[in-house]
Design a protein. Sequence first.
Length: 66
Amino acid sequence: MNIYEAATGKLALATPWYTKTAAWRQYTIFIFLTFRTSTLTDPPELSRPPAVPIIAPVLAESNGDR
């Protein structure tokens, strides 16, 4: 950096040269995460049986005649 006098334009001060190196590095990291969050609460438990009965298929009974 050079500093000059405004009135005369004469060099007033000169700083010495500085030499440095700079490094810039960029890294990319791939991380695969899967997760879910929710602000919902769990549904309430049913205290009574469902209004529509669940019908299970009737299994064929064996007669013992084979």
